[in-house]
Design a protein around this ligand. Sequence first.
Ligand SMILES: Nc1ncnc2c1ncn2[C@@H]1O[C@H](COP(=O)(O)OP(=O)(O)OP(=O)(O)O)[C@@H](O)[C@H]1O
Ligand SMILES: [Mg+2]
Length: 1012
Amino acid sequence: MTVPAMQQIADWLEKLGLAQYAQRFTENGIDVSALRHLTDQDLKEIGVLLGHRRKMLAAIGELARAAPAAPEPAPRAEPKTQDAAERRQVTVMFSDLVGSTALSARMDPEDLREVISAYQKCVTKTVERFGGFVAKYMGDGVLVYFGYPQAHEDDAERAVRAGLELIAAVAGLKTRASVQTRVGIATGLVVVGDLVGSGEAQERGIVGETPNLAARLQGIAEPNTVVIAESARKLLGNLFELEDLGAKDLKGIAGPVRAWAALRVSSVESRFEALHAGGLTALVGREEELELLLRRWSRAKTGEGQVVLLSGEAGIGKSRLTATLLERLADEPHTRLRYFCSPQHTDSALYPIISQMERAAGMAHDDTPQTKLDKLDAMLAQTATSAQDAVLFVDMLSLPNDGRYPALDLAPEQRRQRTMEALIAQTEALTRQNPVLMIFEDAHWTDPTSLEVFGQVVDQVKTLPALLIVTFRPDFNAPWVGQSHVMFLALNRLGEREAAAIITHLVGNKELPADVMAEIVERTDGIPLFVEEMTKAVLEAESEGEARRTTAAIPSSVVAVPASLHASLMARLDRLGPAKEVAQIGSAIGREFSHTLLASVVRKPEPELGSALEHLISSGLLFRQGVPPHATYLFKHALVQDAAYGTLLREPRRILHARIAETLETQFAEIVENQPELLARHYTEAGQIEKAAGLWGKAGLRSVERSAFVEAAAQLTRALGQIAALPTTPALRREQIKLQVALITPLINVKGFAAPETKGAVERARLLIEQAEALGEPPENPLLLFSVLHGFWIVSYAAFNGDVMRTLSAQFLALAEKQRATGPLATGHSIMGVSLMSTGEIAQGRAHLDRVITLIDPAEHRLLPKRGFGFDNRVAMFSHRALALVATWLSRGRAGRRGSSGQECAQDRPSRLIDGRLRSRKCDPCQLRKLRGSKRAARRKRRVGGRKRHLGVEGARIDIPGLGTGHDRPRLGRSPDDLLRDRRTSANRNNPVETLAHVILGERLCEPRQIR
Ligand SMILES: Nc1ncnc2c1ncn2[C@@H]1O[C@H](COP(=O)(O)OP(=O)(O)OP(=O)(O)O)[C@@H](O)[C@H]1O
Ligand SMILES: [Mg+2]
């Protein structure tokens, strides 16, 4: 930093009376130009005290207002994310002056101008106190945004509070004519910001239905009322008393709209309770934490007072745990004192204490001051409070002293000190009657004076029968750690099983597909609030299609983030300042990204990038592993990533993905080679479909080679879908055939032999080959034809169509013999062997199987199973051959069992055969053991391609289409079900055909299915 720059910053601090920080600012390279980018967190990190931070931030705000910052020059060819228009959820307020037309008729225009100006100033002052942003004066109306440019987690609430206050403020305006206002409020997704795209527009425009809705609701509001839309109401729980105005038809808005009048702030004690008016689901886990609180309570009751500092990120369950503790203590005699800090009252001295006292005394909003004093008196009498202390409380509650108390004649500082002492004395007096449980909720929003009071309470409770629980988020530094009676308790995220339990409670009797449930668990990262809100959003989604979109792994829009979480996630991002752009770029790369890739895409000087990343880490949005430039980063919450990504408009998003894809392709050869799906995703999002299709195909084939069949099926399907959308060429047709054939094996493994999807894929492959042949373009690789024939054979095998199997095997063998390729020849003999056995010709079948074993060279044919034949033929043939041996053995009668083939067979009992067959298909034999006889549904979990998947087997109903009917009726003449049923009643216990039925059914039962 230059000497003049150091001097400038030192002067600025000096003016604020905070010269002691000059050195620290210089050490951290903070000059005047960096001031407007500083956040509370930054100041905290360099060691600025809370009160001083507030002062500095206020002064920075003044600076910004005095000299609006010149727009930063846009980096060349960079997608402009900072300060550009964004997609985001905004609560829009529209306020209007009632009767302005009538006023204009009877007032001089200049006087009217004064009235309107006073009104607009009043609106501006009021909404700004609640964090609203005045976007535009429209005639005598004002358009205000809550949630832009800075989101707060409680934007909807802020808007309604501002609306209610505005009515009172306008009524109190001293103007030439008495005026009234009307307010309309709606929440929704909009595009907001510099809509012109020049970066210089003064006005922050907004596009979407929400502003129109807010204006229309304002239009139907009675004078001096606030009308809100259903979208806003949903976010408010029971925070306000509302009157249902019913469904309204509004001009320019499709369909009737439910509207509500917000009457006043409700008297519900806690935010947590107000926002959970609909009831709670059962508590999951947290047994140890609850146990610990109960133990501390037991100790506190004996007079050994305790303090528990309960810390945890937003939505982790701090309030829920305290609520459960209260429930558990419901039958015990004790006094409860609950103090709630509020995000809108961080600067109102003693706010949580004042509101606790008003609630405890039972004061209602419409009580007269007289009644309020009476109620306060009644309450204070219970603790025999002195008149000197009572008057301090009267003053604290801003009630008029009607003469019943002595006059308060103290200097402000003395008054403050005495009030604190009186409050402490109250607590002490209460503990003399009963043990006291004090809960100080959300201390991260405390005002400094309350913090001071509670600092004294912490010291005081040590010798009292009292337990004080202080809850807060991790960005609050509790200053009391380290004392012997103070315990720190951090709440961690829930495990996957616990998250799933919350989902199950919420789902109740409704249906939720297993993969959607798994996706919710994965994306909500063990934060109960996210789990709840995400599940509710999915349940509310009308169709399953929409539900899937809500949880889609690659969010296609901000729909992926439930409305109820949007504001709190955006608030975290908006606090980042310039680092937000880096978060947006990171979010487009993925939940995890490397420093080198990010640096190549961001194209910022390394120190600038480094400081943005530091900021993201210190604000708890990113985890870092390793040291830059070899570091990798991970978004701490999947939903934060979604929120950041969701703000990007389509075009910048597309450009960003194209740049990521190009960077990957030119500088990260190993990613292109090893993770083509990653590149494919970016090209898809960049709208470069032909490139994307090729890469999805490559990824799909790679996944088939790694037996990651679930991924393979999805990737190949995606590639085929994209190819179908492109203008057809010979090269694309060849690619299409190759991929369509490759899809058969994954579908066999994921959906099953007999699944309609598998059959459909085989038929489509045949159709494509026929079409290509008709165009004189035979497939380059003859193996493809074999795969198709084999696919048909498999489908027939699963359907027990013996005759069709034989015909297909003969075609297959003939083709293989013509081509003289040993791999297909071996497969041809194997399917012919199995077909013959299915139709009862055991000896001929066995001869073919014998041939297979001589033909297959394990090393040479290693890749065959992956090239469209579905499973390891050699292993399968051993088990089929053993089956043939059993059949031969049985046909020789009992005596045969003592012969050499009998010994052979004894090792190949049917149950082993089944297990062997299952192994050849990578099924778990213990699953079959579970299923055998009981047909109970069983589940298994396995890792495919590194990701957890739930795969299920289901034996409750076996549906085998086409069995036993029509001309394809197999010579066996019965379905596997019938055969097995007969087994229990007939003496025909060792029928080889029955064994085969077991084999087929066993495989069927073990086909992976999605658990429903
Ligand atoms: N263990 C749990 N079992 C079931 N539901 C839970 C559990 N923990 C939290 N929840 C639910 O998750 C939601 C968020 O919890 P809660 O409001 O207690 O979080 P918090 O930590 O107090 O967050 P904040 O910092 O925003 O106040 C609530 O609906 C709560 O009922
Ligand atoms: Mg809470």
